[in-house]
Write a protein that binds this ligand. Structure first.
Ligand code: PLP
Length: 383
């Protein structure tokens, strides 16, 4: 019953639901998928190669596509030789995917505090958690924002650490005028259903490190050496060698076909997301119960729009908005509070978490939707 109601509502048949996030798919994506289905070569082949080439042209660096952002992070870390006994510094306040990708290698994710203004890694805190086992740092580009990435790179270089950027939220954005993924050590993107562009599901590893690229290419295809080249020619390896642990993490032609069409829409999607986020900022700037994050929408493409509530019962506000047909989210449950990763105490993160509230943001929203969300939110806060 509830499913039927929410479906009817999301179709606009029973009053409008303002969705927190959604895929934005048109006829071009449907046609592209039909093309793959008609050619009856659904696995990894020409479309994946074309999508990788397109991303390479866009970012100016080689790209290896995989099936999720999580597997991109996992393979990037594994390709650096990170595993059991090693430690990776990462902010506690991130999606569990960042932590799972680290622990999947056998390494230990070492939770760190965030800077509350940007919800990005606090380098001063990370510095205190360095040990001789620390091999890498994983800054998370929260909501598309990167905080002070220069400081993170300085810290990493100074301490001989590799940097695996969790750029899953940040595709299409810039840092100091340079595209995210076009510079730095390794960046990993997600193309899941609600990201800045989608492949349905999908991910990518971007780097200049030829050793990492080669290892990720093989590891996504069960470690079968050079299988990628064969698959791009519509062939596969019958006699091969495997020298390391691999996974079934490759991208399919169906996913890539969607991604190719979404890339054409990136400029439009990005400017809509930026414009809607700016509108939120303008509408909410004078509300005393709300604090806005420090993010520059001239540079970044906002993936989610997060606000901080002051002295407010967040769950009550969420319930009130939900009753009005406005979905909200909470990004994210700190990982050090999860049973699997339970770790010490993180006062900054624990004080911040109950304040975070994510408001609807996706390119299908209109300015009137943003105004409506803001009006209703302010009314709830004033009650
Ligand atoms: C911060 C962060 N890292 C990693 C991921 C993993 O991406 P995927 O869902 O494509 O595995 C996500 C996904 O939402 C994310 O939000």
């Amino acid at each position: 019953m509830a499913d039927w109601k929410s479906k009817m509502e999301s179709l606009g048949i029973m009053g409008k639901i303002i969705r927190l996030s959604k895929s934005v798919i048109g006829n071009a994506e449907k046609k592209a998928v039909m093309g793959v289905l008609d050619r009856e070569y659904l696995g990894m082949g020409k479309e994946v190669q074309d999508f990788e080439n397109e991303l390479h042209d866009f970012l100016g660096r080689p790209v290896v596509c995989v099936n999720t952002g999580t597997s991109a992070l996992h393979l990037a870390l594994q390709s650096l030789g990170i595993g059991s006994g090693d430690e990776v510094l990462v902010q506690s306040l991130t999606y569990v995917a960042s932590f799972q990708a680290i622990s999947a290698t056998g390494a230990t994710p070492v939770p760190c505090e965030v800077i509350p203004d940007t919800v990005t890694l606090d380098v001063k805190d990370a510095r205190k958690r360095l040990t001789e086992r620390t091999k890498a740092v994983m800054p998370v580009h929260y909501g598309g924002g990167m905080g002070d990435l220069d400081e993170i790179y300085e810290f990493a270089h100074h301490n001989g650490l590799r940097v695996v950027e969790d750029a899953c939220h940040a595709f299409g954005g810039n840092y100091n005028g340079q595209k995210v993924g076009s510079f730095g050590d390794i960046a990993c993107f997600s193309f899941d259903g609600i990201k800045n562009i989608t492949c349905g599901e999908g991910g990518a590893v971007v780097t200049d490190d030829v050793d990492v690229l080669r290892k990720v290419r093989d590891a996504r295809l069960l470690g079968v050496e050079k299988d990628t080249e064969k698959r791009y020619k519509g062939e596969r390896s019958w006699e091969f060698d495997v020298k390391s642990q691999g996974f079934r993490y490759h991208m399919s032609n169906i996913m890539a076909a969607i991604g190719i069409e979404q890339m054409k829409k990136l400029p439009e999607f990005s400017s809509r997301r930026k414009m809607l986020a700016q509108r939120y900022r303008r509408n909410l700037a004078s509300c005393n119960s709300i604090e806005l994050l420090k993010q520059d929408f001239d540079e970044i493409v906002p993936h989610i729009f997060v606000i901080k509530l002051r002295n407010v019962d967040r769950e009550k506000i969420r319930e009130q908005l939900q009753a009005l047909g406005i979905q909200t989210g909470v990004h994210y449950m700190p990982n050090h509070l999860l049973s699997f990763y339970r770790d010490g105490s993180f006062p900054v993160t624990e004080a911040l978490f109950p304040k975070l509230l994510t408001l609807p943001l996706h390119p299908d929203l209109g300015e009137e939707d943003i105004d409506h969300v803001c009006d209703e939110l302010i009314k709830c806060l004033e009650e």
